[in-house]
Design a binder for this molecule. Structure first.
Ligand code: DOR
Ligand code: ZN
Length: 348
């Protein structure tokens, strides 16, 4: 049995409020806890997006009623709410901007990008969904403004190359990969169909190898937990995204057992780097007990997420979360959740 700190996932979509038929703060935080995550950070692309202090406060109140682990938030913008920034800054961990198409369609007005950066102007990062040419545009503005940015879910060689060279130039940039880019490729879409569709899309085997080879430049593993119902995924216009909170740690522990990753690096990617870069106050009595030798099969039927599926269904993994403690209280024990909605806290 080994003990890890309660892990941090800087990138989830819990769909509460508005789309609680996909996930809500109770089911989503339950999924987090069962997957070894004690602190998670929720994105602003709700159906009614988090572009105002009022919308943000609504989310904060729901956490206090429903969450079982701690949650923080990001604010969002398409470029027309700059006067809200100063009101929300101390309540969020950063500002998220979508430069390319994904769930919600909240594309930022690129003409306003520099102005958004100058108005945010904070040590808290601007997080970006940026692919291809958008990565260049962002890097140019980072050079001009010095604003710290985080590139979310990078999976393609070309995008990562640009970010690595920006890091080498000492620009204030960080980068995250998702478990699906580390463990799946385009080829898996043949079997997964629309259950393997997300934005940005899966890369080739070559892209995947490039990620593993350059893991030393990656700051975080972020799940991009993006639950959609099975019916929606089977529909003619399936939404983008896959759930990940419950599978990330076991997949990474399996990689540790296969010597593709060290345990030290796993803890950096899922705890130490997020803690340091996002200034997260953690509790020493918040920790996870893992059986690193236990093997099991990921099973859609055993998941806590309301969407009830995983692109890794049927995968054999090695390394399992046995117990989770949050602020000294045992909240999860061998598949059972032991805590009531509301134990989790809003963090800022
Ligand atoms: O596949 C994705 N799904 N990518 C994103 O950037 C958003 C997410 C969602 O909200 O479903
Ligand atoms: Zn996302």
């Amino acid at each position: 049995m080994i003990k890890l700190p309660g892990l941090i996932d800087i990138h989830v979509h819990l769909r509460d409020p508005e789309q609680t038929y996909k996930e809500d703060f109770f089911t989503g935080t339950s999924a987090a806890v069962s997957g070894g995550f004690a602190y998670i950070f929720d994105m602003p692309n709700n159906k009614k997006p988090i572009f105002t202090l009022k919308a943000l406060k609504e989310k904060i109140n729901l956490v206090k009623k429903k969450a079982v682990c701690d949650i923080g938030f990001y604010f969002g913008s398409i470029g027309d709410n700059l006067d809200e920034f100063k009101k929300v800054k101390n309540l969020v961990f950063g500002l998220k901007l979508y430069l390319d198409q994904t769930t919600g369609n909240f594309l930022v007005d690129k003409k306003k990008l520099k102005n958004i950066f100058q108005t945010w102007n904070d040590s808290k990062p601007i997080l970006l969904h940026a692919e291809g040419e958008s990565v260049n545009q962002v890097l140019k503005i980072v050079e001009e403004t010095g604003q710290r940015v985080h590139f979310c879910h990078v999976g393609l060689t070309d995008d990562l190359k640009k970010i690595i060279s920006a890091k080498k130039k000492q620009l204030p940039v960080t980068v995250g990969v998702t478990p699906h880019y580390l463990f799946l490729t385009k080829n898996d879409v043949k079997n997964l169909g629309s259950f393997g569709l997300m934005k940005p899309p899966l890369g080739t085997r070559k892209d995947q190898n490039y990620l593993w080879k350059n893991l030393k430049y990656i700051d975080f593993v972020e799940s991009d937990h993006a639950p959609h119902t099975i019916e929606e995924k089977k529909s003619a216009t399936p939404p983008f995204g896959v759930p990940g909170l419950e599978t990330t740690l076991s997949l990474l522990l399996t990689a540790v057992s296969e010597k593709k990753l060290t345990m030290k690096r796993l803890i950096e990617l899922c705890y130490e780097n997020p803690k340091k870069i996002f200034n997260i106050i953690t509790d020493k009595n918040t920790y996870v007990e893992i059986d690193e030798r236990e093997e099991y099969i990921i099973d859609n039927k055993k998941l806590f997420t309301k969407c009830g599926w995983s692109p890794f269904n049927g995968w054999k993994v090695k390394g399992r979360v046995k117990r989770v403690f949050i602020r000294g209280k045992k909240v999860y024990d061998n598949g059972r959740l032991l805590v009531k909605p509301g134990y989790g806290r809003f963090i800022s």
